[in-house]
Design a protein around this ligand. Structure first.
Ligand code: ATP
Length: 311
């Protein structure tokens, strides 16, 4: 269609960290990471319309998951909009509407996905013409997971997780995601990581190294080897703060998951399963003991933030 769009809808994926190695914190308290991100097809949707009042920026949220989502200026989608305006000098406004499906404060980067989808939608609505690369650089200023939510697929993240390199991962993977309720604040999990390292007199490396075995397993599409390589150095601090996570992980493995990990800083748990039917079986068995678990089946996704409708 020609002319300026009135409405743009974009989606962006939640993520799992297939491996997460944590290094020392810098003077700002940000930790160096080496992590393999994988996008899943559990999507956030951001609709951006031209507002009735020119220049106004507003937000509404329709959440399909538990947990509180801020609707004020601290919401990452609104912060993305404000950043785009500041960087480009545009004074255009937007009415944003988020449909949330990624668990809130669950370690799956849901807020970052909202920021990424907002950047992509507003770039089109406001006809700014920024490239994905430019949006990723801008997004890094909002949060370390935002660039990955723009890129999607499977990628190695270094720096604070914002320096990305795509990695080959040809085999589609099926994941059973279990949200045990409650939240874990990412900064709190990193503080527990630091405290546990100090207690053990351990010195995290300045620059953690990527897990080469995992990269090789992904490139080969070897599910069993991928399952064996799943590892998260935030596991210990997350379990320290939420001991019940360990029981659920053990139950997922006992009930047949190929592998299971805490996703990012938790508390969502990600279990690798053979296919949807296998995932349903594992889910039913685990939920016999823990009926309060919200489990969802999803698959790895090659996509990052992308536009799905323009009117
Ligand atoms: P991380 O990217 O650190 O893994 P997470 O997935 O654990 O984050 P999010 O759902 O992104 O957690 O939200 C973390 C916090 O950010 C929330 O507790 C909330 O206060 C705030 N927040 C800001 N904007 C959003 C948003 N659009 N959706 C959800 N939370 C948001």
């Amino acid at each position: 269609m020609s002319g300026a769009p009135q409405r743009v809808v974009a989606t962006a994926p939640g993520k799992i960290n297939l491996s997460l190695r944590v290094g020392a914190a810098d003077e700002r308290g940000y930790h160096a990471l080496a992590t393999v991100f994988q996008a899943v097809d559990l999507l956030e949707t951001v609709e951006a319309r031209l507002p009735q009042v020119p220049g106004a920026l507003t937000l509404t949220v329709d959440s399909r998951v538990r947990g509180d989502v801020p609707v004020d200026a601290t919401n990452l989608a609104l912060r993305a909009a404000a950043l785009l305006r500041a960087e480009t000098g545009t004074t255009q406004g937007a009415a944003l509407h988020i449909t949330k499906r990624v668990p809130v404060a669950g370690g799956m980067g849901g807020g970052s996905a909202d920021a990424a989808a907002a950047l992509v939608a507003l770039n089109r609505l406001w006809q700014l013409g920024l490239s994905d690369r430019e949006l990723m650089l801008l997004g890094a200023g909002l949060g370390a997971d935002v660039p990955f939510a723009v890129l999607g697929g499977t990628a190695l993240g270094t720096g604070n997780g914002d320096q990305l390199q795509r990695v080959p991962a040809p085999a589609p993977l099926t994941w059973l995601l279990c949200a045990p309720g409650g939240h874990l604040a990412t900064p709190e999990v990193f503080r527990a990581f630091d405290a546990l390292a100090a207690q053990a007199d351990a010195q995290p490396p300045r620059t953690p190294r990527a897990d080469q075995h995992q990269l090789a397993a992904l490139a080969a599409g070897d599910r069993e080897a991928i399952a064996r390589s799943l590892a998260n150095e935030l596991h210990e601090p997350a379990v320290h703060l939420r001991p019940d996570l360990q029981e659920i992980l053990s139950a997922l493995r006992e009930h047949g998951a190929l592998g299971a990990i805490v996703s990012g800083s938790g508390p969502t748990l990600a279990a690798l399963v053979r296919d949807a039917q296998h995932g349903e079986e594992v889910s039913a068995r685990v939920r016999e003991d823990r009926g309060d678990l919200e489990c969802t089946l999803t698959r790895s996704s090659p996509y990052g933030a992308r536009i799905v409708a323009v009117d």
